[in-house]
Design a protein around this ligand. Structure first.
Ligand code: NAD
Length: 354
C-alpha cells in the first residue's frame, strides 16, 4: 500500500491497536481516536498511551471535527463502538448514542472537511444477520426469526421452520436480508445504513466480522468475546458454564487475520461500495472451544453443560467468505489451535502482570 494518512476511531481497542501497528508498518501515518472506555481499558488506560492517539469521544462532534482537521486522512476506519450484545438490551440509549449518533457525527465531521477522505471502512458485524442462513426442508435459503424464550425454556434450542420441520444451518452470505436479534446488531446495522444513505464524496467498505479473538481482547470487559471470558474464568479457577446443550457454533477468526482484511479493504479499489463477510468460514462449537482452552491452560476444572441460555443469543454463526477471497484476495492464515495457543499465552502473561 502506498503511504497514506489513516484515521482510526476506536484505534486503542483490541482490533484497532493491532490495525494501527500493521498500517504504520506499511508506511502510513496513523491517528487513533479513542475515549479509552473504562469498561474495555480499565481505569489505568492513560498510562498505556500509544503513539498517535487522540483521546476523544465519537459522541462529541466538535472533538471529532478538530481531530479530523488535524489528521487530514485519506482513509477513515470506523471501529469505535459499544460492543456487548447482552448489555445492549439493558442500555439501549447508550448503544444508540455511541453506535448510531457516533457514526452520524463522524459522517457530518468528514463532510465538513475541506478535503474529505476518499474511503471509509466500517467494522460491521455478523450480528446484523441474527440467526443467519438456514435451509428449509426444500433446500431454500431462509433467514429465520430469533428463537423464543418459551422454546428455549422447554430445552428446544435448534431452529424449526414455520412448517414445524427442522431447519439446517448454512454459511451466511452477504446477500441474506439482515434480521438482527439484538440492540447491538440493530445499532450496527444502522451504521451501515448511515454510510450507504448519506450522499458523500468518499466510497465505503463494510466488513461484517464474525467472532474475533486473540491476544489483546480485554480480559476485564465482561461483555467481550467468549474465548477471553473463558480464559479469564479458567485462570480464576472456575468451572466453565457451557450454555444450552453445548452445540452453539461460532466462526472464530484470529485478530491478525482480521487486521489483514482491513489492510486489504483500505488498499483494494474494487472493494468500494461492497459489504464483505470476514470470518474463518468454519464452525466450532462452544464446547470444543472450551475444551481447547482448558487443555491449553492445563486446567482440570472442566466444564458443565448447563442448559442455561440467553435471550438474543444465536445458535449457529458461520460466514460464507467467498466474496472476501475473490474481492480482497484475502483468506485466514491462523488455525484455531494456533490462535487459541497465542490467546492463552498472552492471557497468562496479562494475569501475572495484574
Ligand atoms: N471483536 C469482535 O468479535 C467483533 C465482531 C464484530 C464486529 N466488531 C466490531 O469491531 C469494532 C472494534 O471492536 P473490538 O473488538 O476491537 O472492541 P474494543 O472494545 O476492544 O474496541 C473498541 C474501542 O472503541 C473505543 N470506544 C468505545 N466507545 C467509544 C466512544 N464513545 N468514543 C471513542 N471511542 C470509543 C474503546 O475505548 C475501544 O478502544 C467494533 O465496531 C465492533 O462492533 C468486533
Amino acid at each position: 500500500m502506498t503511504a497514506q494518512r489513516i484515521f482510526i476511531t476506536g484505534g486503542a481497542g483490541f482490533i484497532g491497536s493491532r490495525l494501527c501497528k500493521a498500517l504504520r508498518a506499511t508506511g502510513a501515518t496513523v491517528v487513533a481516536f479513542d475515549n479509552l472506555h473504562p469498561q474495555v481499558h480499565g481505569d489505568g488506560a492513560a498510562a498505556r498511551l500509544q503513539e498517535g492517539l487522540v483521546i476523544g469521544d465519537v459522541r462529541d462532534r466538535a472533538a471529532l471535527q478538530t481531530a479530523l482537521e488535524q489528521a487530514r486522512p485519506d482513509i477513515v476506519v470506523h471501529l469505535a463502538a459499544e460492543t456487548g450484545t447482552g448489555q445492549s438490551a439493558d442500555e439501549p440509549s447508550r448503544y444508540c448514542d455511541v453506535n448510531v449518533v457516533g457514526a452520524a457525527n463522524l459522517i457530518e465531521a468528514m463532510r465538513a472537511l475541506e478535503t474529505p477522505p476518499r474511503r471509509v471502512v466500517l467494522a460491521a458485524t455478523r450480528a446484523v444477520y441474527g440467526e443467519g442462513a438456514y435451509a428449509d426442508a426444500a433446500g431454500v435459503l431462509t433467514a429465520p426469526p430469533p428463537r423464543t424464550v418459551e422454546a428455549m425454556d422447554r430445552g428446544v434450542f435448534d431452529l424449526i421452520g414455520e412448517d414445524g420441520r427442522p431447519l439446517t444451518p448454512r454459511p451466511t452470505p452477504e446477500t441474506l436480508p439482515p434480521r438482527p436479534g439484538s440492540v447491538y446488531g440493530s445499532s450496527k446495522l444502522m451504521q451501515e445504513y448511515l454510510l450507504q444513505q448519506s450522499p458523500a464524496p468518499w466510497d465505503h467498505v463494510i466488513l461484517r466480522l464474525q467472532n474475533v479473538y486473540g491476544p489483546g481482547q480485554s480480559l476485564r470487559n465482561p461483555y467481550t468475546g467468549v474465548l477471553s471470558i473463558f480464559c479469564q474464568q479458567v485462570m480464576a479457577g472456575r468451572t466453565l458454564n457451557i450454555f444450552e446443550d453445548g452445540e452453539i457454533y461460532r466462526d472464530f477468526i484470529f485478530v491478525d487475520d482480521v487486521v489483514s482484511a482491513f489492510v486489504a479493504a483500505c488498499a483494494t479499489d474494487a472493494a468500494g461500495g461492497q459489504i464483505i463477510n470476514i470470518g474463518d468460514g468454519r464452525a466450532t462449537s462452544i464446547r470444543e472451544a472450551a475444551e481447547l482452552i482448558l487443555k491449553e491452560l492445563k486446567s482440570d476444572r472442566g466444564l458443565t453443560i448447563s442448559g442455561d441460555f440467553r435471550a438474543g443469543d444465536v445458535r449457529y454463526a458461520v460466514a460464507d467468505t467467498r466474496k472476501a477471497h475473490d474481492l480482497l484476495g484475502w483468506s485466514p492464515q491462523i488455525s484455531f489451535e494456533q490462535g487459541v495457543a497465542a490467546l492463552v499465552a498472552w492471557a497468562r502473561n496479562e494475569a501475572e502482570a495484574l
